[in-house]
Design a protein around this ligand. Structure first.
Ligand SMILES: Cc1cc2nc3c(=O)[nH]c(=O)nc-3n(C[C@H](O)[C@H](O)[C@H](O)COP(=O)(O)O)c2cc1C
Length: 275
């Protein structure tokens, strides 16, 4: 099985699925992945379920539509978390760790924050009033055929494009970019942040290194508005934290998350990694 860093590098949003059913062994593995308790850097605990679309449609009378964005997915992972200031970060963190494990199993996924019927998932997850469903993902094998939206020329952006390393990562102040050194374990972990998926591929993460501290910030985009249901750019931040941590785990680098805002600059402070 491939490692976590390699899985982070090869993961792409898959929007066209094969109709093939997943075998029971794989379903068991996915369910085991989802049922282990999850906890994010802010101590919030999301929960997740695997949904088999044909079954759920028949038994629960839900449509599970994706407004034409996803073709033929027969399985979805839905999840929810109690609403609080940073719960979307923890949700993004936890679902990204799941998505990377699914990538290692050879499965395709696609973060969906907008194009799904939240109402259906509220029913299937039996959410309480204070619980939100920030995102879901389809899961399955990629189809060899192009998706309908791809055929219609509606998919413009190349999802694999990312801005340069020195756009995101700085040392001591936001005027001094870090120059990538492929031998440095922390640079490898930051490179895993750069590879992260983000809503509308806006790549809103910024990191400021001061001594042994890595301060993570959110650079807000006015287009990716916060829907009533959830703050997708906070989900983006959680995904980035997960990639950073997964890379450090593989490289055997120790450290911890802390709240230690150095009060520098105008970006939205999220959290600090202390090595
Ligand atoms: C929080 C979040 C929400 C997203 N919502 C959607 C969505 O509603 N519909 C969709 O087609 N893609 C969605 N995406 C996928 C992004 O467009 C995609 O990750 C980005 O363009 C980078 O491409 P890649 O995942 O192939 O690397 C979302 C991604 C994230 C992280």
């Amino acid at each position: 099985m491939i490692g976590h860093i390699e899985a982070i590098n090869i993961r792409r949003s898959i929007r066209n699925y094969s109709k093939e059913k997943l075998d029971s062994n794989l379903i068991e593995k996915i369910n085991a992945l989802l049922s282990t308790p999850k906890i994010g850097p802010f101590d919030n605990r999301p929960r997740f379920v695997l949904i088999e679309k044909p079954k759920a449609r028949e038994q629960e009378k839900v449509r599970l539509g994706t407004y034409g964005f996803i073709d033929n997915a027969a399985y979805f992972i839905g999840g929810c978390i109690e609403k609080s200031a940073f719960s979307e970060v923890d949700y993004g963190y936890s679902l990204q760790r799941i998505i990377i494990e699914l990538t290692r199993l050879g499965l395709g996924t696609c973060w969906l924050g907008g194009s799904f019927r939240r109402k259906d998932y509220r029913k299937l997850l039996n959410t309480q009033k204070n619980e939100i469903i920030p995102c879901i993902t389809p899961v399955g094998y990629k189809s060899t055929k192009k998706s309908r939206r791809e055929r219609l020329g509606l998919v413009f952006s190349d999802g694999s494009l990312r801005k340069d390393f020195n756009t995101f990562f700085f040392e001591n102040n936001f005027e001094t970019p870090i120059i990538f050194n492929p031998e440095d374990n922390y640079h490898k972990a930051l490179e895993a942040v750069r590879k992260a998926p983000s809503a509308m591929n806006k790549q809103p993460w910024r990191v400021l290194k001061i001594e042994d501290k890595y301060h993570f910030y959110l650079k807000r985009d006015s287009i990716v508005g916060t829907t009533k249901a959830s703050d997708l750019q906070k989900v983006d931040m959680g995904i980035a934290l997960a990639n950073f941590k997964l890379a450090l785990e593989e490289l055997n680098v120790q450290g911890k998350w802390h709240i230690a805002d150095p009060n520098i600059g105008n970006l939205e402070y999220i959290i600090t990694w202390i090595s």
